[in-house]
Design a protein around this ligand. Structure first.
Ligand SMILES: [Zn+2]
Length: 282
């Protein structure tokens, strides 16, 4: 059984905004079916989506069983206004709006909540993360509300301080987790947050000509060291490629990510199973 623990059925691995715009008025059902079929062809039978605001992942969930895929989705990202994720999500300004977005996602069939504690890496320079950060107390309240609704929480977080806050707030999983440090890993080991490092989002860009390879190579090398350290201290790690992201194709991207785990001597099977158990809606 092959797990894709972090994918985007809405994306085509080329251009984010055009891929999202394709579904602006109506879900492009043929596109979704094509992506599901590609995943099935690669033997993928579990797919945890990151959500979108056009109902694409909600639609995919209704037909994924035709392709033998156990598919789960947060419906859409629930983000704080002005923070990262508006292309895939809906924003709240205060906690009552957050509650309403959680309820609405749940009524659409969401299996879990996805939010963002930071932005993206800026691949043109190492060490820099875009967008504002969320405060610990706010994250904690958001996680508590989601858990109260029986929903696990997936938190997109890059930068050690953002990762620490997300884990301390009770995140069930930390997505990406670039610029990790040992303290953040220790907190994750204590809180049992599962890490989905999405290594190929950086390593597959090497040689693409999109960014400076020396900056990318340093990012990839540090990320791999952190993954090894995580494995050593007992952080649960799961395999998710960010399928659909730039240079990460549906299906083959998942195998690329698995290949990185294997090259580091890490078997993600148990982590993948733990993640799929934890993110099943209770
Ligand atoms: Zn993603």
């Amino acid at each position: 059984m092959i797990y894709e623990c972090h994918g985007h059925i809405i994306l085509d691995s080329v251009a984010y905004s055009q891929a999202v715009a394709r579904h602006k008025n109506n879900v492009d059902e043929a596109f979704v079916r094509k992506n599901l079929q590609t995943n099935a062809n690669y033997g993928i039978s579990y797919y945890r989506d990151g959500g979108d605001k056009h109902g694409v992942s909600v639609y995919a969930k209704t037909i994924a069983n035709e392709y033998g895929i156990d598919y789960i989705t947060p419906a859409y990202i629930i983000l704080k206004k002005g923070h990262y994720g508006i292309m895939f999500g809906r924003a709240f300004e205060d906690i009552s709006e957050y509650r309403n977005l959680v309820s609405e996602a749940k009524s659409l069939g969401a299996d879990f909540v996805k939010t963002t504690a930071s932005g993206l890496l800026d691949f043109s320079k190492g060490g820099y993360v875009t967008h504002p950060s969320l405060a610990l107390e706010e994250l904690r309240e958001m996680v508590t509300i989601a858990h109260g609704e029986g929903l696990a929480v997936m938190i997109h977080a890059n930068g050690a301080d953002n990762i620490k806050r997300a884990a301390e707030a009770g995140a069930d999983s930390i997505e990406h987790g670039y610029y990790m440090d040992i303290t953040a890993l220790q907190i994750m080991a204590d809180t049992k947050a599962i890490w989905i490092p999405t290594c190929v989002t950086s390593s597959n860009l090497l040689g693409s000509g999109l960014y400076d390879d020396s900056v990318l190579a340093a990012i990839v090398m540090n990320h791999k060291s952190a993954i090894l350290e995580a494995s050593r201290i007992g952080v649960t790690i799961a395999c998710g490629s960010d399928a659909g992201a730039s240079c990460v194709s549906q299906g083959s991207g998942t195998l690329d990510e698995m290949e990185i785990f294997h090259s580091l001597g890490i078997d993600p099977t148990l982590g993948n199973m733990e993640l799929s158990d934890r993110f099943r809606r209770s």
